[in-house]
Design a protein around this ligand. Structure first.
Ligand code: FDA
Length: 576
């Protein structure tokens, strides 16, 4: 007999565990979170919160709470490359879709905006709302081991305050226990890649840097100076935590040598080097060492145990994908657990979690690591093999100011090298084109759409089954909603147009809400965007899963829409 019972036990209260708890509680699934420490994250860590994550939070009803605390997009994107904040500027890049041309892509893609929400602010929003909706949260509780059988999982945990151990019995267990996941180890998830590729330190500090930064507002200031090519994430980084007085430095160290002694004096010296002005008062809040990893799990599940977040994809912060991918993992699994637990779907539906999310994890681990390597183009453009010699560094930077053919070439190469960093800071396709292939997605026989633009840089909206539903504004009276707002809420939803009314009757038989979009119908296609994006005719349909992914579509009205829809839903919910 276990001491405590629940439906889902979640190990970890970071972005993955917090989001899983929030969504499960929103769906009414009983769950317990155990977390090792007596607090949530005490440092800013992850921060870029992309549009897809904001869509998840919008569906969970907490987007406004995040917007209220986050740094907005307009203050995020004048990314600077410089020799120090007070020193010479090498160039800027419009990032996070703040270039006027990319701003249009951003605004067209989603009802939600990218923002900067540091992890120590995000976690309380996720976890507080989860608890308010029913999650039982146990701080100071360490997961130790698990056993699983045909009907559930028994985990042994230690109460770190009392020191005793007890058991929690759950129907399913989620390991969201981060980059040193014991759960992933215990269930033997197959891992590919390497931990400890490079050494890095974070320094969190307070300093009023308004005069050096507010005229070029950005979340990231990249600093090229002696030592900035060693370890770390490609260059020295001064990251804004709260404009313009709280900051986080990322600085590398040689992983093959001794890790630096993180004294306050050492941290202050680095901060002053990167600021470029020793007279600026700096208050060090914390320093910590971490490693750049290049590791992903090939599968995310073993029986009744699932892993998500850093437990299964470990990579550097480049591209800002860490907590975003973790929250999106949770969004993929939570509705499936709900439907299996309430008997609506077969347990085989849960196998689609790993089938859908593991390829995404591999993609983002590879993408983030590639971005570090691509920073060397900036060093190469300046003719630098290393930054060891400060005099050489200065001479090479100065050389670009000459009126010579060599300097002109250097200027061009530097411009191109900085522009190439779009693959780190403006990867709209990486963020929004994540396509799923599994038994929870029914092919309509059409080939995968080919993106006419670069698939990493640009989002390609499509209703191709396995893609997220395209965003279009639709209206009713004085209301304006996104097509994403029509879906979500833990339900399957069918979208059709005029002439598609038989789909509505068919959906009603299956207790699936159906919405007709068209003149005089449930919602108006106010800009005509939905008709342009939906890739089916008026009498066709698009069936959305609870995570707003398209699982089935029909170009037009078949002879027996009821049978077609019943069969489609049945195949999604009860994969053979
Ligand atoms: P996360 O590590 O956030 O959470 C794990 C949770 O599990 C914690 O609550 C922990 O207490 C708990 N736990 C662990 N073992 C347990 C056990 N045995 N029993 C119970 N609970 C247990 N990303 C980014 O995009 N930008 C950045 O700047 C940074 N910076 C950064 C710095 C440092 C030092 C680290 C370690 C990580 C980053 N990251 C980052 C990565 C980013 O923070 C990361 O992708 C997300 O936190 C992943 O969220 P998870 O919820 O998966 O793990």
């Amino acid at each position: 007999m276990a001491d405590v019972e629940t439906d889902v036990l979640i190990v970890g209260s970071g972005p993955a565990g917090g989001a899983a708890a929030l969504l499960l509680s929103t769906y009414g699934v009983p769950n317990i979170v155990v977390t090792k420490y007596g607090r949530l994250s005490d440092t800013p860590r992850a921060h870029i919160t992309n549009q897809r994550t904001m869509e998840v939070l919008r569906d969970a009803g907490i987007e406004d709470q995040v917007i209220a605390q986050a740094t907005p997009q307009r203050l995020m994107g004048d990314t600077v490359f410089c020799s120090s904040l007070a020193g010479e500027e090498l160039g800027r890049l419009h990032t996070w879709y703040t270039h006027p041309a990319r701003q249009a892509d951003h605004d067209l893609a989603s009802p939600s905006s990218i923002c900067d929400m540091p992890q120590h602010l995000m976690e309380p929003v996720l976890v507080d709302n989860a608890v308010a909706r029913g999650t039982a949260l146990r701080y100071q509780t360490e997961y130790l081991s698990l056993e699983q059988d045909d009907s559930g999982v028994t985990a042994t945990v230690r109460d770190r305050l009392r020191g005793d151990e007890y058991r929690i019995r759950a129907k399913y267990l989620i390991g969201a226990d981060g980059g040193r996941s014991k759960v992933a180890d215990d269930i033997g998830l197959p891992m590919v890649g390497q931990m400890g590729v490079a050494g890095s330190i974070n320094i969190v500090f307070e300093a009023d840097l308004t005069a050096l930064t507010a005229h070029r507002p950005s979340t990231l200031y990249w600093v090229l100076q002696t030592g900035s090519d060693v370890g770390g994430i490609g260059m020295g980084l001064v990251r804004c935590v709260r404009p313009w007085h709280e900051w986080l430095i990322v600085w590398g160290y040689d992983i093959n040598g001794e890790p630096p002694d993180l004294t306050e004096e050492y941290a202050r010296r680095i901060a002053h080097h990167l600021i470029g002005d020793d007279s600026v008062p700096v208050t060090i809040k914390s320093s910590s060492a971490w490693t750049v990893n290049h590791l992903y799990a090939e599968t995310y599940q073993n029986g009744r145990v699932f892993c998500m977040g850093d437990a299964v994809h470990r990579h550097p912060p480049s591209n800002g994908l860490g907590s975003n991918t973790s929250i999106q993992d949770a969004y993929n699994l939570a509705w499936k657990l709900r439907l299996v637990l309430n008997g609506t779907a077969s347990p085989a539906l849960l196998d689609t979690y790993s089938a859908e999310r593991a390829p995404i994890g591999k993609q983002i681990v590879d993408r983030a690591n590639r971005s570090i390597g691509e920073t060397t183009r900036i060093f190469e453009a300046l003719g630098l093999l290393s930054t060891d010699d400060p005099e050489q560094l200065r001479r090479n930077m100065d050389a670009r100011k000459l009126a010579t053919p060599a300097a002109e070439k250097q200027r061009r190469e530097l411009r191109e090298a900085i522009e190439f960093k779009n693959y780190e800071f403006n990867t709209h396709g990486v963020e929004l084109n994540q396509r799923y292939a599994s038994s929870a997605v029914l092919s309509d026989g059409t080939p995968a759409p080919v993106n006419p633009r670069d698939d990493e840089l640009y989002h390609q909206p499509t209703t191709w089954p396995g893609a997220k539903v395209p965003h279009a504004w639709v209206g009713r009276g004085d209301q304006r909603l996104s097509t994403l707002d029509l879906g979500g809420g833990g339900r399957f939803v069918l979208l059709t147009g005029l002439g598609g009314e038989p789909w509505v009757a068919a959906a009603a038989e299956l207790s699936v809400p159906a919405i007709v979009i068209g003149p005089g119908a449930d919602y108006e296609d106010i800009y005509g965007d939905w008709a342009r994006l939906r890739e089916v005719g008026d009498s066709g349909c698009v069936l959305l899963r609870p995570d707003n992914y398209v699982c089935f579509r029909s170009a037009d009205l078949p002879a027996e829409p009821g049978a077609v829809l019943r069969s489609a839903l049945d195949r999604v919910l009860h994969p053979s």
